[in-house]
Ligand binder design. Structure first.
Ligand SMILES: Cc1cc2nc3c(=O)[nH]c(=O)nc-3n(C[C@H](O)[C@H](O)[C@H](O)COP(=O)(O)O)c2cc1C
Length: 364
């Protein structure tokens, strides 16, 4: 992949002025350029999106969850998902599976693709994963965790992290025990989504529980859940005891969230300095990354369309733009429609109703 076409000097200046507020953070052996990291998202956190989010201030990124069995069987589609781009700075590969032997074998393969760290998915609530004992089901049998972590560690050189939920259900909140085992078994840091498996994506992330964990933890902790707008992220960033925060869904409707959350004064104004023309520049960069990553036009179209439509969320006439984009089967036409739309927005601000549920399913 070539280095991307530079952003305009106006957009670059905006980006750099926000970046100057970022505080780098060291988690275990790895230095991240900001405390705000991109959370793993299946079907979304591929090379183009991860690169774009790093360009727009994410201190680090994680791949979507990747099956250890797919890797061990040499499944071509799974192996494709392991690929890392040389321009990516702080990227981890997330593995899922249930047994120590298969996870350790897959970890060896994943390491050879050049990530900075590996992560274990211990939060996926999806029945297909949980019924086999993977994802959040790992939180149910915590006696199996030390052997799993130690087996993987014995085969790996890179740092190993885990991403968990608060527990299986409200009666078994056991993140504290999991953290203790993780600390004793060579895990480098823990990311926690503040919901139980039973909650799936309902209710609210339990930030009180996350913050209390910080009283007892011996490992760096990354808090995650419901940080969807710059004001909320910035408030949490100022008061949290967590070492870092992870953002998932917030970055889908606002690709500038990593930057805009860094300056508390700015975030409190709840007005964005990023306008339609900036979104259009970002979409062009995403287009470059996506066309260089995927050779099939259909794949590029599918990948780009959903992100472009999310980026438009909250802008005037977003609903009719969305139907135009989804009704358009030709990539270049989609880009033209997007250019016309985003450039027509002028000084318009986004208005998103954050009380409405957005994307209430996922793999962690
Ligand atoms: C579409 C989607 C896909 C997800 N895929 C993964 C995944 O592959 N691995 C994982 O650990 N978490 C996954 N998650 C969970 C997110 O990383 C995050 O924990 C969750 O969405 C809560 O954070 P948020 O409120 O900032 O979105 C996914 C979430 C969504 C919405």
């Amino acid at each position: 992949m070539n280095t991307p076409t530079p952003f305009s000097s106006e957009l670059n200046q905006k980006i750099e002025s926000f970046r100057s507020h970022a505080s780098p953070i060291k988690l275990g052996a790895i230095s991240f350029s900001s405390k705000l990291l991109l959370a793993p998202m299946a079907g979304i956190c591929n090379i183009p999106y991860r690169l774009l989010m790093e360009d727009l201030g994410a201190g680090g990124t994680v791949s979507e969850l990747i099956s250890c069995h797919g890797i061990n069987y040499g499944n071509q589609r799974t192996l494709e998902m392991l690929k890392i781009h040389p321009l990516e700075k702080n990227v981890g590969i997330q593995l899922f599976g249930e047994d120590a032997e298969s996870m350790a074998r897959a970890a060896e393969v994943a390491e050879s693709y050049g990530p900075k760290f590996l992560d274990i998915n211990m939060g996926c609530p999806v029945t297909k994963v949980v019924s086999k004992g993977g994802g959040s089901a790992l939180l149910k049998e915590i006696q199996n965790l030390a052997p799993l972590f130690e087996k993987m560690r014995s085969k790996m050189k890179l740092p190993l992290s885990i991403k968990i939920r608060t527990g299986w259900d409200a009666n078994t909140l056991n993140a504290q025990e999991v953290l203790k085992i993780a600390h004793e078994s060579g895990i480098e840091w823990v990311a926690i989504h503040g919901r139980t498996r039973t909650q799936q994506y309902t209710g609210l992330a339990n930030w009180e529980y996350i913050e209390n964990l910080n009283e007892v933890k011996k490992l760096p902790l990354i808090g995650n859940g419901d940080l969807h707008h710059p004001f909320g992220v910035s408030e949490r960033l100022q008061k949290t005891n967590c070492d870092a925060l992870m953002l998932a869904r917030g970055a889908l409707r606002n690709p500038f969230i990593f930057l805009e959350s860094l300056d508390p004064e700015y975030a409190s104004l709840k007005r964005s300095t990023f306008l339609g023309k900036d979104y259009w520049e970002v979409i062009q960069r995403l287009y470059e990354y996506t066309t260089q990553t995927f050779s099939e036009e259909r794949t590029v179209l599918v990948q780009l369309r959903k992100l472009i439509v999310w980026f438009a969320a909250g802008f005037p006439h977003a609903a009719s733009f969305r139907s135009q984009i989804f009704g358009c089967p030709v990539l270049e036409d989609c880009m033209k429609i997007s250019e016309d739309y985003f450039l027509s927005l002028g000084e318009s601000q986004k208005f998103i109703n954050y009380d409405e549920v957005f994307m209430s399913s996922g793999h962690g």
